[in-house]
Design a protein around this ligand. Structure first.
Ligand code: 13P
Length: 249
């Protein structure tokens, strides 16, 4: 059985006091679904968030990391630094990082390798832009993003990999992929994995959908057979909304 996962990507939101307040609110919510729950606060608040939640069922994860172990990379944070404060999981390849910080398949390959070398779990994000979808190129774009950054890995690496399909045109826009569009793409992603690694690997990998998931559309999206959860932006900043999504399974 594949894991069901709902992860909140807080992006560059919430200072320390706001982080503590949102965590307090999250702890008041009750979980009625079996989904694993994760939140990704900003780097500055990871330690505090981890300390507060380490005995709870909410995992605190990072939004990014550098590929090097250490060195002259001003402003960056490494996998071992994250590990040293208890963080086990990192989001890599988010479209905002690809668009604003020039993350490429090449740099993401290095980040993937560094995270795995440090025994971390990865939520690996990818997705097409609106023009790609309009021109019918979405599968080619998504297939290449996956192959270029992940297909050098051995089968065994995939037990530490969660995939997240986030069509760029649906992020923060209020426009969601329809449940059918999400299912079609998730099915394609799983087939891409099956073709390379076989179904033992592909059947076990959780594939999350991200892009304007809200309490009112989560159930329908999560109801699709190849959708194993969500990566939630805006709606993860409100405890009630986030748990309404968590409990949509
Ligand atoms: P929104 O849910 O705000 O569209 O963001 C999705 C996202 O980018 C999660 O990583």
């Amino acid at each position: 059985m594949r894991k069901k996962i709902v992860a909140g990507n807080w992006k560059m939101n919430n200072d320390l006091a706001q982080t503590e307040r949102l965590i307090t609110d999250l702890r008041k919510q009750s979980k009625t679904s079996k989904a694993e729950v994760m939140i990704a606060p900003a780097f500055t608040n990871l330690w505090q968030a981890y300390q507060t939640l380490k005995e709870s069922s909410i995992e605190v994860i990072a939004q990014n990391m550098h590929f090097a172990e250490n060195g002259a990379y001003t402003g960056e944070v490494s996998a071992s630094m994250l590990k040293s404060i208890g963080i086990q999981t990192v989001i890599l390849g988010h479209s905002e990082r690809r668009a604003y910080y020039n993350e490429t398949d090449e740099s993401l390959t290095k980040k993937v390798d560094a995270a795995l070398a440090n025994d971390m779990r990865i939520i690996f994000c990818f997705g097409e832009e609106l023009e790609d979808r309009k021109s019918g190129n979405e599968e080619k774009i998504v297939g290449d993003q996956i192959k270029n950054a992940l297909f050098h890995l051995k089968d065994s690496a995939f037990k530490n990999i969660i995939l997240a399909y986030e069509p760029v045109w649906a992020i923060g826009t209020g426009e969601t992929a329809s449940p059918e569009q999400a299912q079609d793409m998730h099915k394609f992603i799983r087939k891409t994995l099956t073709d390379e690694y076989g179904s033992d690997v592909s059947d076990a990998v959780s594939i999350l959908y991200g892009g304007s998931v809200k309490p009112n559309n989560a159930k329908e999206i999560f109801g699709k057979p190849d959708v194993d959860g969500g990566l939630i932006g805006g709606a993860s900043l409100n405890a009630e909304d986030f748990f309404a999504i968590v409990n949509a399974f």
